[in-house]
Design a protein around this ligand. Structure first.
Ligand code: SF4
Length: 412
């Protein structure tokens, strides 16, 4: 921008020949976070005014953007304990060396002993620092501590652990415009579905809205919240996590292969036996119904179905029919799942590749939020120019200089 302000005639005219240096531009961005977010939101309402949102189907997705924080300056409890153990071992080793030096005074120079003492002091200082971080983690209830950008978190990004922010976006299917976004430091996406869907419905001011997202958003409680708010979700079921579960059955015996008979309130297993209701249990805050059969002990497939000595147990959530209905809906509308990919990969691809923004430049979730708002604004402006044309957009802006935003609506 600094270069363009001295070269680009359009920008020179717009800035009235001001030529700010990079520091002034960076400070402007840092000092005007709220205004930048507001302008981004204002443009979204302008798009709505231009009838550029379909308001029928939206896709939600998250992508990780690297934060200004190296992996070395991010700690969790396990990492801190490992470092403390290593420091303890090193200190013990240095003390042993010192003792040996004392016993062989004739052969060791005093400078070696001084060096060892100074190394021990440095290690002790580092140990105190790590112990302080451990106490801070315990007091705050957080699972990680980041030193350069305290709001950033270590999370999986392209099969690697990196210190990032998780940026959530909602894209409308009509013109692939970004309807809403939020910068979070949540490591996973599975708590974002209802919040982002409800915000989209509120911005679009519609009574009903279809939402599609990937397997990472499959969270039964979140799906129920959407359904209760007249939002129709299309979220594919994730595959069982084979690496983490010890009682995992072989694929022909996954829970989805057990047919539920609603009238009889029983499950029919792949071997054709009925699993009847036994009792209720609360698991991870969800009320579950437990189904079992006495035939597992003599079943030929038991080793493939379960490693539980008491036989296979099927857990049915009290609102499982919501998930079953969604499954049926997806079977009949597979195109909606495919559409999701086209909808959300276009904006993220453009932002990361064309705009070259795979990482953030600012620190702190509020400032990173403003930085992302600026990027989303640039994406939406470019897209609207491509859709309706520059002249039409300028003409529309001239006629609508008053705020378009509904003040009661949510902020991006
Ligand atoms: S182990 Fe039990 S639930 Fe599994 S197939 Fe055999 S009878 Fe059915």
């Amino acid at each position: 921008m600094e270069k363009e302000s001295k070269r680009n005639l359009g920008l020179m005219w717009l800035l009235k020949k001001l030529a700010p240096d990079f520091k002034t531009i960076a400070d402007f961005r840092k000092d005007n976070c709220d205004s930048i977010k507001k302008v981004c939101k204002e443009f979204i309402f302008l798009c709505k005014h231009l009838d550029l949102f379909g308001g029928e189907l939206v896709a939600i997705d998250g992508s990780k953007f690297r934060a200004v924080n190296s992996k070395k300056r991010n700690f969790n409890e396990a990492k801190l304990r490992k470092r403390l153990k290593e420091i303890g071992e090193k200190i013990d080793r240095y003390f042993e060396e010192l003792e040996e030096n004392d016993n062989n005074e004739a052969f060791i120079s005093s400078t070696d002993a001084e060096e060892l003492k100074s190394k021990i002091e440095q290690l002790k200082e580092r140990r105190e620092k790590y112990q302080k971080f451990l106490r801070e983690l315990k007091d705050s209830g957080e699972t990680q501590i980041s030193l350069t950008d305290p709001d950033s978190r270590a999370m999986m990004n392209n099969h690697r652990i990196e210190v990032c922010y998780n940026v959530q976006i909602t894209v409308d299917s009509k013109h692939k415009l970004i309807l809403d976004h939020e910068v979070t430091n949540e490591v996973k996406d599975n708590n974002q579905l209802s919040k982002m869907s409800k915000r989209a419905k509120e911005i679009l001011e519609v009574d009903e809205l279809e939402v599609t997202a990937d397997k990472g958003y499959h969270n039964a409680v979140e799906i129920k919240e959407c359904v209760d708010d007249n939002i129709i979700p299309y979220i594919p079921e994730p595959d069982p996590n084979v690496s983490k579960r010890i009682n995992i059955p072989e694929p022909p015996f996954y829970k989805r292969e057990f047919r539920y008979d609603k009238e009889m309130d029983v499950y029919i297993c792949p071997a054709g036996f009925e699993l009847s209701f036994r009792n209720l249990a609360e698991i991870h805050g969800k009320l579950m119904r437990l189904y079992k059969t006495n035939r597992c002990a003599v079943c030929l497939f038991k080793s493939k179905c379960t490693r539980n000595l008491r036989g296979r147990i099927i857990y049915r959530w009290e609102n499982e029919e919501i998930l079953e209905e969604m499954k049926k809906r997806i079977e009949g509308n597979k195109d909606k799942i495919k559409e999701r990919q086209c909808l959300v990969e276009h904006p993220f691809g453009t932002i990361k590749r064309s705009f070259n923004q795979g990482h953030m430049l600012m620190k702190g979730i509020k400032k990173v939020g403003a930085e992302m708002s600026l990027t989303i604004l640039a994406y939406n402006v470019t897209r609207v120019i491509n859709i309706i044309g520059l002249k039409e957009l300028i003409a529309f802006l001239r006629c609508h200089s008053i705020p378009l935003m509904n003040k009661s609506s949510v902020i991006c």
